[in-house]
Design a protein. Structure first.
Lengths: 278, 365
C-alpha cells in the first residue's frame, strides 16, 4: 500500500536530529486563576511517538488542546519551521469524538479536508482522492456508506483516525484515544497509529492512560503532575515504581514481561476480615 | 501538499471507496432533477388554475414566446396574457422565492443552532417584523424607501432590529448557540408583547387588516415584490450555499470544528446574518408564513440526506414547490375570497411535523 501522506517522509537520521516536528517552550495555561499547565517544555522529533502520562487532571488534555489552538496559552508552541501550528499541521484525535446522526463514514472522512479548502469550501478532485485513499489505507471501504453514529467504539475510533489522516498533517495528537475501548480494540487502534507513523512518517504526541501501552508504543515518555513535567525520557527510565506510585497516589509495580514493561497496581494490604464464627 | 502517491491499481475496494466519497461529496443530482420537475409541474398547475382558467398549451406557448429568440404563437388572448404575466406569474414567482428563502433560512438556522427546532423566526424576526408592520399599518409609521412600500419597509426594519438585539444580548456570533437562542427568545417575547399591545389600541377594521398581514399572504402588485426580494435571494442565497459545508463541520461541535480548521464563531455569524437578512426580506413582502422554514429541511432530511450540503440547496427547491402548491389552495379554496397562505402552511405543516415527531425519525442536529 503506498503512503497516503506526503509530509515529512524524508526521515533520514540527520533530518530527524535537526528539525523537531513540534516544540513547546514554557507553555502555561490558566483557567480563571488556576494554572493547570505550568511551564511545559517539550520537543517532538519527526517520526517519534512521544507519550504524555499522568493522573487525571494533570494537564495532559489541556496541553494537547493548547497545541491545536483550543486553549489560550502563554509561551511558544511552534512547528519545525517556526510557525504556530494550524489545522493543516496538527490533527487531533479527540477523547470523545462527536458522531453526528445520519453522517456517513465517507462524509466524515471528507470533512478532514476542511483546512485545505478554498473560500468556496468545495473539495477538489484531489481532496476526494485523498479521502478515498485514506478509506482504502485503513481498510474502511466496507464501512464507507455506513452512518458514523451506528459504529462500534473501535470502528468509530478508526474512522476518527481516518479523518485525522485525511487532514494530511505531519503531527498527530491523540487525546487518550482508547479510553472507551475494550482491550483488543485498544491495541488495534494503537497498532494502527504506530503503523501509520512508520509508513507515513507521522510524529505522534499522545496523552495515554494505559501505562503499559505507553511503555510499548512510545519512544519517549513525559510524566506530568499538577501541570509540571516531573520525569522525561525513555519508557524504562520514566516508569519507576516509586515515582509512579507517588504521582498516581497508589502503590504501583513495574514488571518486565516478555521484554515489555507492564505497570500493575500493587495489591493493597487490607485489614483481615473478621473470622467467621464456626 | 499535492498528493502524488495515490494507489494506481484499480482494486474493487478502491472503486467502492471512490464511489462512497463521490456520494458523500455529491449533491444528489437525481433528487435535484426530480425536485425541479415537480417545481415546474406545480408552477404550471398554479399558472393555469384560478378564477379565470388558462389553457396549459396557451400558457406554455406564451412562456416560450416570452423567451428571446423563440417565436411561438401563444394562442392566449391579450386579457389572458395580462392575467398570466401581471397577476399569476408574479404571485407564483414570489411564492417560490419566499418559500425557497424560508426553506434555506430554516435549514441554515437548524445547522447553526444544532437544533431541530431551528426556524427562520428563531431570533425574533417574526415578532420584530410583526411589530414593525403593526406600526406601519395601524399607526402610520412611514419608513418607505426606494422600492420598499410602507409596510415592507417597517417590517424589514423591525425584523433586523429584533435580530440585532438578540445578537447583542448574546454578545455576537461568538456566543454559544444556546445563548443566542435565549437572546432570541427574550427579544421575541418583548416584541410580541409590544405588538399585542399595539394591536389592542387599534379599531376593529385596522386590527383585522394587521392580523391578516400577520398570517402571511402573497399579495402582489405586478412584479414589484419580486423585485424587492430578488436581490436578497441572490446575495444571501449564494452566501448560504457557499457555507453549507461549514454547517456539516459545525455538527461536530465547536472544538472539533476548530481543530479541523474552521472558525465556528465566524461561520456562525456569517450564516446567521445572511439567513436573517433573507428572512427579513421575505417577511417584509409576504408577512409571517409559518412552518415552511421549520418543516421543509426536515422533509429533505427524511427523504434524502442529513448532510447540509444537500439539505441547504434542496430546501430551497422543496420550499419553493411547497409554497407555490399551497398558494394554489389559498387562492382557490374559498374563491372569490382568499385564505391567508400562512394558515394553510400551518394546517399542513403542523400535522406533518407531529407525524415526524411520532415516528421519531428526526435528527438532533
Amino acid at each position: 500500500m503506498s503512503p497516503v501522506l506526503t509530509a515529512s517522509t524524508q526521515g533520514s537520521e540527520s533530518a530527524i536530529r535537526s528539525a523537531p516536528a513540534l516544540s513547546c517552550r514554557d507553555v502555561r495555561v490558566s483557567f480563571r486563576d488556576q494554572e493547570v499547565v505550568c511551564g511545559v517544555n517539550l520537543e517532538l522529533d519527526t517520526g517519534q511517538w512521544l507519550g504524555i502520562i499522568g493522573p487525571n487532571g494533570a494537564g495532559k488534555s489541556t496541553l494537547l488542546r493548547s497545541i491545536v489552538g483550543l486553549a489560550d496559552y502563554s509561551g511558544a508552541i511552534a512547528l519545525g519551521d517556526g510557525r504556530t501550528p494550524g489545522a493543516a499541521d496538527v490533527a487531533l484525535v479527540p477523547q470523545a469524538p462527536i458522531m453526528p446522526k445520519g453522517m456517513t463514514v465517507a462524509e466524515y472522512v471528507l470533512l478532514g479536508r476542511t483546512a485545505h479548502l478554498g473560500w468556496l469550501a468545495r473539495e477538489s478532485r484531489a481532496d476526494r482522492e485523498i479521502a478515498s485513499s485514506v478509506l482504502n489505507r485503513l481498510e474502511l471501504t466496507a464501512f464507507a456508506d455506513r452512518f458514523v453514529s451506528t459504529l462500534s467504539g473501535g470502528e468509530a475510533q478508526q474512522v476518527v483516525v481516518a479523518r485525522a489522516l485525511a487532514q494530511q498533517c505531519p503531527v498527530l495528537l491523540l487525546d487518550e484515544p482508547t479510553s472507551a475501548l475494550d482491550l483488543g480494540h485498544q491495541v488495534s487502534v494503537l497498532e494502527l497509529v504506530d503503523d501509520l507513523r512508520r509508513t507515513e512518517g507521522l510524529s505522534v504526541l499522545a496523552a495515554m492512560h494505559d501505562l503499559s501501552a505507553a511503555a510499548r508504543f512510545a519512544d519517549r515518555l513525559i510524566l506530568i503532575d499538577h501541570g509540571r513535567i516531573v520525569a522525561e525520557g525513555r519508557p524504562a527510565a520514566v516508569l519507576q515504581p516509586d515515582l509512579l506510585s507517588a504521582v498516581y497516589g497508589t502503590p504501583l509495580t513495574v514488571q518486565p514481561i516478555d521484554g515489555e514493561l507492564v505497570v500493575l497496581p500493587e495489591p493493597r494490604r487490607r485489614a483481615k476480615p473478621p473470622k467467621e464464627a464456626p | 501538499m499535492a498528493d502524488a502517491s495515490l494507489p494506481t491499481t484499480a482494486l474493487p475496494d478502491a472503486d467502492a471507496a471512490h464511489s462512497a466519497v463521490r456520494r458523500a461529496f455529491g449533491m444528489s443530482i437525481g433528487a435535484a432533477v426530480v425536485g425541479v420537475v415537480v417545481l415546474v409541474a406545480v408552477g404550471l398547475f398554479s399558472a393555469t388554475s384560478g378564477a379565470a382558467g388558462l389553457p396549459v398549451k396557451g400558457v406554455l406557448g406564451a412562456l416560450f414566446d416570452w423567451v428571446p429568440l423563440i417565436g411561438v404563437d401563444s394562442s392566449l388572448s391579450t386579457t389572458q396574457e395580462n392575467i398570466l404575466f401581471e397577476i399569476r406569474l408574479p404571485r407564483l414567482v414570489l411564492g417560490m422565492l419566499v418559500g425557497g428563502s424560508l426553506g434555506v433560512a430554516g435549514a441554515s438556522y437548524q445547522g447553526v443552532f444544532r437544533n431541530p427546532l431551528g426556524d427562520p423566526y428563531l431570533l425574533g424576526v417574526s415578532a420584530g417584523a410583526g411589530f414593525g408592520a403593526v406600526l406601519a399599518l395601524g399607526f402610520g409609521l412611514d419608513l418607505s424607501w426606494g422600492p420598499f412600500d410602507t409596510v415592507p419597509a417597517a417590517a424589514f426594519a423591525g425584523a433586523l432590529v429584533a435580530v440585532l438585539a438578540s445578537m447583542a444580548i448574546a454578545r455576537g456570533g461568538g456566543a454559544s448557540p444556546a445563548t443566542l437562542l435565549l437572546g432570541g427568545v427574550a427579544m421575541a417575547a418583548l416584541f410580541s408583547a409590544a405588538q399585542t399591545y399595539a394591536i389592542q389600541q387599534l379599531n376593529e377594521t385596522r386590527a383585522r387588516e394587521v392580523l391578516s398581514w400577520l398570517f402571511g399572504q402573497l399579495n402582489t402588485t405586478g412584479w414589484k415584490q419580486v423585485g424587492i426580494l430578488l436581490p436578497y435571494v441572490v446575495v444571501c442565497g449564494v452566501v448560504l450555499f457557499i457555507h453549507r459545508r461549514h454547517l456539516d463541520v459545525l455538527r461536530m461541535g465547536d472544538d472539533e470544528a476548530r481543530s479541523l480548521g474552521l472558525d465556528p464563531a465566524r461561520s456562525r455569524l456569517v450564516v446567521i446574518v445572511a439567513a436573517s437578512l433573507l428572512t427579513a426580506a421575505a417577511v417584509s413582502v409576504s408577512g409571517l408564513i409559518a412552518f415552511v422554514g421549520l418543516v421543509v429541511p426536515h422533509i429533505v432530511r427524511l427523504l434524502i440526506s442529513h448532510s447540509y450540503r444537500v439539505i441547504v440547496p434542496l430546501s430551497a427547491l422543496v420550499g419553493a414547490t411547497f409554497l407555490a402548491f399551497v398558494d394554489i389552495g389559498a387562492r382557490t379554496l374559498l374563491a372569490p375570497s382568499e385564505l391567508p397562505v400562512g394558515v394553510i402552511t400551518a394546517f399542513v405543516g403542523a400535522p406533518f411535523f407531529a407525524v415526524v415527531l411520532w415516528r421519531d425519525r428526526w435528527s438532533t442536529t
